[in-house]
Design a protein around this ligand. Structure first.
Ligand code: ZN
Length: 161
């Protein structure tokens, strides 16, 4: 999944969550979601984040492989300790964005190693899309429309500032 699709689908999912849970629709939380949704691909040197890590990305890929450790539920839990330690809108958003990324990749044909390092087996949803195709672009558009619709429908823009 392209970084823009990750950001869009995560924003849509997060915004939906704000309408059914206590998750706040705030700039800090949304910012956290955007950044969190980009982080798992730190294991791919050519990704949006990977290109900005001064080599750390190469090291992670070499050690754990792309879509390895950083795409596992265990790592997500460890990452979420950040929220456990510093409970605020931003760290909550980070944790949410991170797991939305994993879920997004779960729906891709390649799947994700949810239970890494216990097993390297990659899991995927019954219905998948192929990365970098028109399917993914369609997903991007749907996510953006959903995001705007939910914001409009629940008048969330009033609560942001
Ligand atoms: Zn990924």
């Amino acid at each position: 999944m392209n970084y823009s699709t990750h950001v869009a689908t995560s924003l849509a999912a997060g915004t939906y969550l704000t309408t059914v849970t206590n998750v706040p629709f705030s700039v800090a939380c949304l910012g956290g979601i955007v950044i969190g949704s980009l982080l798992p691909d730190i294991d791919e040197p050519n990704s949006f984040v990977g290109r900005r890590t001064f080599g750390l990305s190469k090291l992670i890929k070499k050690t754990f492989g792309h879509r390895g450790l950083t795409h596992s539920l265990l790592f997500w839990l460890l990452f979420s300790l950040l929220y456990y330690k510093f409970q605020n809108d931003f760290t909550l958003g980070l944790s949410l964005g991170y797991v939305f990324h994993i879920i997004g990749d779960f729906f891709s044909r390649q799947g994700v190693p949810l239970f890494f390092p216990f097993t390297k087996k990659k899991f995927r949803a019954p219905l998948t899309y192929k990365t970098g195709t028109v399917q993914e672009r369609a997903l991007l558009v749907v996510a953006l429309v959903a995001f705007v619709y939910i914001v409009y429908r629940y008048k969330l823009f009033v609560t942001v500032f």
